[in-house]
Design a protein around this ligand. Structure first.
Ligand code: ADP
Length: 376
């Protein structure tokens, strides 16, 4: 029966407050590529090919996520995979497009005879708070131990890896235009990494393993989803995000023009459409609470959270003289309006000096960093 199962030879986890992220490696000759629709649609992948001299695995890095509250789905998923964690191969080299990624990864265990070790000897690299919280559950349900890696370190390792090695990873998003940015690996540092997960971390990155968490805010992705759920009764995150497409925040937000009777406050550079007070228009007596539409509330909320993060990010970039800000984390979801709002906020506050950039593998930095820590 195991013939038809996918063989995972390398796996790392990032168990966050909202989502569990998985990065795993499958060989080309495994059934990975023929997997069911769900797997395919959920996952993105990077390729791995052989290098001239070394025996390497050919295969693909896969990316998957589960809601942390549905951790049993994640455990079932892993159980359905054949965890083939023996020491059969020594190196995995990852290639993205035509670019060679010079990282090689060690294996889970030290067994070198090619047989899979007993599961109680298997360690899986894991990061995020859940690596602590759910360690016993993984032991009990899968018989594997979680080898804990520091969350910030993983985020930075993942970001550096993506920025240096992966083709078409970083991009800007302005006026509805996505533009890939060519990153010179020799001219990457310093930069500000803003990871927008449930909460937000702002990390000044100066090199490989050289970083400092300089700021953060608790008004993050969890706030958008949590408040949004309370206010709109949406059943899931994507529904809330979808709803925001159709909304108009000006019905809920108080604009400069609302205060100034439709004109700009030109003297201090505020146009009439600048938001003076997020949700400030919802105080109006002339409207019943039911008259506020969930799509307008959702849009205003998304704008408020994104704007705020953009502004705090800019202030921290200013504090340390950083010109480049990379935004990551699953809050973004490659969502146009979110990226646009963050870009505009950074552009507005920095008067065009600083640049907001986004990452294609936005939500997987921590998991990738954990994956790469096998190398150590
Ligand atoms: P964490 O590690 O804290 O879980 P993530 O980078 O995974 O952080 O981002 C979590 C955030 O992503 C949530 O707070 C929410 O804003 C957003 N999100 C995106 N997709 C989903 C989803 N399917 N379910 C819940 N939250 C989601």
């Amino acid at each position: 029966s195991s013939q038809s199962q996918t063989q995972i030879s390398h796996l790392a986890l990032d168990i966050g407050g909202s989502l569990i992220k998985l990065v795993y490696f499958c060989r080309y000759d495994d059934s990975c590529r023929d997997d069911g629709d769900e797997l395919r649609s959920q996952n993105d992948s990077l390729c791995s090919k052989s290098d001239n001299n070394q025996p390497v695995l050919e295969g693909r890095l896969h990316f998957a996520k589960f809601e942390t509250s549905k951790i049993n789905d994640c455990l079932d998923f892993l159980r359905s995979m054949k965890l083939c964690l023996g020491g059969l191969f020594s190196t995995v080299k990852v290639i993205s497009g035509s670019r060679y990624i010079s990282s090689s990864f060690g294996l889970f265990t030290s067994s070198h005879d090619g047989t899979a070790p007993p599961s109680d000897k298997i360690f899986i690299k894991a990061t995020g708070g859940g690596a602590y919280k759910f360690a016993d559950l993984f032991k009990e349900k899968l018989g594997v131990s979680l080898d804990k890696e520091d969350e910030m370190e993983c985020l930075v390792t993942g970001a550096n890896f993506l920025l240096k090695a992966v083709h078409q990873e970083a991009f800007t998003y302005l006026d509805g235009q996505k533009e890939f940015v060519q990153i010179d690996p020799n001219d990457l540092y310093p930069y500000l990494l803003v990871n927008i997960g449930s909460g937000v971390s702002m990390i000044k990155v100066d090199g490989d393993g050289k970083f400092e968490r300089v700021s953060g805010t608790s008004l993050g992705g969890g706030t958008f989803w949590g408040l949004g759920r309370l206010l709109t009764k949406c059943k899931n995150f994507d529904e809330l995000l979808e709803l925001s497409h159709q909304g108009n925040n000006r019905i809920v937000d108080m604009l400069v023009g609302d205060i100034y009777g439709g004109t700009d406050y030109a003297k201090i550079g505020l146009s009439s459409t600048t938001i003076a007070s997020s949700f400030g228009k919802a105080i109006s007596d002339s409207k019943e609470l039911e008259d506020y539409q969930p799509e307008d509330v959702s849009r205003s909320l998304l704008r408020m959270i994104s704007n705020n993060i953009g502004q705090i990010s800019y202030l921290n970039a200013l504090r340390f003289g950083l010109k480049r800000i990379f935004f990551a984390g699953f809050f973004i979801r490659g969502h146009a309006y979110t990226m646009d709002t963050i870009s505009v906020a950074v552009n507005f506050w920095s008067k065009g000096e600083a640049k907001a950039m986004f990452l294609r593998h936005e939500g997987f930095l921590g998991a990738l960093g954990a994956f790469m820590s096998y190398e150590k």
